[in-house]
Write a protein that binds this ligand. Structure first.
Ligand SMILES: Nc1ncnc2c1ncn2[C@@H]1O[C@H](COP(=O)(O)OP(=O)(O)O)[C@@H](O)[C@H]1O
Ligand SMILES: [Mg+2]
Length: 253
């Protein structure tokens, strides 16, 4: 059975989508069968995967609304398999508000895919609303990207409480598999201090690999490419390669 990993942090701009894509493709390059699901109405993962300005017959919105099967909604390009999103997903909260069991729609829809993939990666929106609840209830593991800046821990503690709540009420399997420092700049002393407080809080759950700030990672999405295709020699490609290795070594996937 494939593992379902939610990449979550309710803060925007911390590297969730960059991590979802480059962990997804990195694990796929190492021989795993990977499905990515874009759970964000901003559809950044969809466009960063090279599907810019494309209209899809089916998106994750149709899957959650019960109009399409998840496995019929997979878009494939250069070995990347993704269930795309679109801005229509921003209507999910209101469309599904009176659907019984609305927090369980993804969990139900994802079941057949768990038999066909080694790992399913969920790129979450920067909110803790219905879409992220669906992701946390469907997931086995959570990976939290954290940008080492001033006081990231306040919001992260709230996320940890939410994970604990989902675990207690709905999904006893759920675990925070790891926390990854992103957009890291070792020249800034403040970042080092913040990293130490993140390490104090998460202990061994903090991945040894830090994702450094790297311009190639910022450029790649506008070319619709993962970092290994866009700049295979870049620090970004090396960091995400190392993170994937750590994910495998820690038996998260
Ligand atoms: N390590 C990095 N170095 C430089 N730019 C990055 C890095 N990680 C992400 N970015 C850029 O920062 C922005 C936010 O990243 P993104 O992955 O979209 O965050 P989120 O999904 O959490 O909102 C994007 O423009 C992305 O290209
Ligand atoms: Mg994102």
């Amino acid at each position: 059975m494939g593992k379902v990993i939610a990449i979550t942090n309710q803060k925007g701009g911390v590297g969730k989508t960059t991590t979802a894509l480059n962990v997804g493709v990195g694990l796929s390059n190492s021989g795993k069968k990977i499905l990515m699901i874009d759970m964000d109405p901003q559809a950044n993962l969809t466009s960063a995967s090279g599907f810019k300005n494309q209209t899809f017959a089916r998106t994750i919105f149709d899957v959650l609304g019960g109009r399409a099967e998840l496995l019929d909604s997979v878009a494939i390009r250069d070995g990347i398999e993704i269930v795309p999103s679109s801005i229509a997903l921003s209507g999910a909260e209101s469309e599904l508000s009176s659907t019984p069991g609305r927090e369980f729609l993804l969990k139900e829809a994802i079941q057949p895919a768990k038999e066909q993939y080694d790992c399913i990666i969920l790129d979450c929106a920067p909110t803790l609303g219905l879409l992220t609840w669906n992701a946390l209830i469907a997931a086995d593991e959570v990976i939290v990207p954290i940008q080492a800046e001033y006081l990231p821990l306040e919001g992260v503690k709230y996320l940890v409480q939410t994970v604990e709540l989902v675990k207690k009420r709905f999904n006893s399997n759920l675990e925070i598999a790891g926390v990854v420092v992103t957009l890291f700049d070792s020249r800034q002393n403040l970042q080092r201090e913040v990293v130490e407080s993140v390490r104090g809080y998460f202990q061994q759950k903090l991945f040894n690999t830090f994702i450094r700030k790297n311009v190639a990672l910022a450029e790649a999405p506008s070319f619709g490419q993962d970092i290994y295709s866009y700049r295979p020699e870049s620090p970004g490609a090396l960091d995400y390669f190392n993170l994937c290795q750590e994910i495998v070594e820690r038996r998260i996937v």
